[in-house]
Design a protein around this ligand. Structure first.
Ligand code: PHE
Length: 458
């Protein structure tokens, strides 16, 4: 059982790439611009970057340390790190529940991306006006069946990869895909900046207006930092179970976070300069923002050279689908690994079971944009509710619990040995890290929640 899990990410490089693959995804290219647009721009970005550094990276390293020290499934990792106290095994349930929730709505957007890749393949963007892109997206996303088909396809693909074992695919795929995606993003930034009203987008991104910052903006910035790094759910803990002993956890945590933040900021540089160049589109357009803006950029910039527009949009959407897949795999893995290790179900069966439940839940999320847009629970439709629960509730609370666990429950010697690889490497940031996980992170997250619940006012 343990050995078949070990097959997932066997090499050192594969494990790191898997963590980066989990982090870089639609959270950067789709969720970041959507949240930035909804929360007023530059001030939100500043707070988000601060949260990345002060909470995101330390919690990522916390997950790495727990997972690698445990070297088994997540529940077992908590037990081992606590010095054999079985009571801590329940922490392993956080990833199971979250895996279902997060994949169910993430797959909807990943499904849209897959459909757009298909449209790009069929030359479906040629000659369309900005207005048509808007109405086409609204018609597609509100349909009862069409988006459900693409969402199901994404979940099936994810399930196939998880069931068959991801070792080689992810390793090789990520090595080629990540730099290529980066390159395409850079070219698109150049294109977007050349659009006539680009300066308005830059203003929105870089001129902070702190009068727009309220408690919900702070919660959203924290949620975005956690979501984008995939921290707080135990997802990276699952992957870190397969890290080698030579890996420098702190250094790798910082590298993954830097890549992730850079991709998010560059995505902002593609979307916002373009938003202002499209008539009747505003930065707070919501989840459709990216899907309306991007095809427009392709057409406006490469319109004179149709073959270039065709190739560029096709490859870009395919890369985006792959980035989404490397993230959705990590989501399915969280829940499937639990059923595989705890109930000794064969890996493919565990993956299929979780996927079937996710397909059903994803239908509710997809219908939030059409038939069920008026069905609200706590004032939110299913899609928004799942997103809220994951990014603004489970991730920060999960992150806080992990910090308390590592900072207060785990023996300091064990933690130090884990971060310095048994004293073989220097870890100059260790004292800061320990201060953050013991005091700063738990207190900061607690205060943000207390403020949100009205128990306390900043
Ligand atoms: N970080 C991923 C992204 O940016 C999303 C994710 C969230 C992945 C939670 C795993 C767990 O797209």
């Amino acid at each position: 059982m343990k050995s078949s899990n070990k097959n997932v990410f066997a090499s050192k490089m594969g494990a790191i790439l898997a963590a980066a693959g989990s982090a870089v995804g639609l959270g950067n290219v789709w969720r970041f611009p959507t949240e930035t647009g909804a929360n007023g721009g530059a001030a939100f970005i500043l707070i988000y970057v601060l949260f990345m550094l002060l909470l995101g990276v330390p919690i990522m390293v916390t997950e790495f340390a727990i997972g690698r020290h445990g070297g088994q499934d997540v529940s077992g990792a908590f037990e081992k790190m606590s010095g054999g106290r079985k009571g801590w095994r329940w922490m392993g349930l956080i990833p199971v529940v979250s895996g279902f929730l997060v994949l169910s709505y993430y797959a909807v957007v990943a499904g849209w991306t897959l459909y757009y890749a298909f449209e790009a393949l069929m030359d479906g963007f040629v000659g369309k006006t900005a207005e048509q892109f808007k109405t086409d997206f609204a018609t597609f996303s509100s349909d009862s069946l069409h988006p459900v088909f693409w969402t199901t396809l994404i979940i099936a693909l994810t399930c196939g990869i998880v069931a068959l074992g991801v070792q080689r695919g992810i390793e090789r795929g990520s090595k080629i895909m990540m730099p290529l995606l980066f390159l395409f993003i850079l070219v698109l930034v150049g294109c977007s900046l050349s659009l006539p009203k680009a300066h308005l987008g830059l203003q929105f991104l870089f001129q902070p207006d702190f009068s727009k910052v309220d408690s919900s903006v702070i919660l959203s910035a924290m949620g975005q930092a956690f979501f984008s790094l995939s921290v707080g759910l135990g997802c990276l803990c699952t992957y870190a179970c397969y890290f080698r002993k030579e890996v420098d956890l702190m250094k790798d945590g910082l590298s993954v976070a830097s890549i992730d933040t850079l991709v998010a900021l560059l995505s902002g540089l593609i979307i916002f300069p373009a938003v202002y160049s499209i008539p009747d589109l505003s930065p707070d357009a919501g989840p459709s923002l990216v899907f309306v803006t991007l095809p427009n950029v392709f057409q406006q910039v490469f319109g004179g050279m149709p073959w270039l527009a065709y190739i560029f949009s096709l490859v870009f959407y395919l890369l985006l689908v792959m980035a989404a897949l490397t993230s959705s795999i990590s989501m399915l893995e969280m829940s499937a690994a639990y059923f595989h290790t705890t109930f000794r179900l064969p890996r493919p069966l565990a993956a299929v079971m979780v996927s079937v439940v996710c397909v059903v839940l994803s239908i509710f999320c997809s219908w939030s944009f059409g038939d069920w847009q008026d069905v609200h629970i706590f004032g939110l439709n299913f899609f928004d509710l799942f997103d809220f629960l994951v990014a603004k509730f489970i991730m920060p609370i999960g992150g806080m619990l992990m910090c308390v666990f590592l900072g207060w429950v785990v023996d300091e010697k064990v933690l130090r040995a884990e971060l310095t690889n048994n004293g073989t490497i220097k870890s100059p940031l260790y004292p800061i890290f320990r201060f953050i996980i013991r005091y700063f992170a738990p207190l900061c997250i607690f205060l943000i929640f207390a403020n949100e619940l009205g128990l306390f006012a900043f």
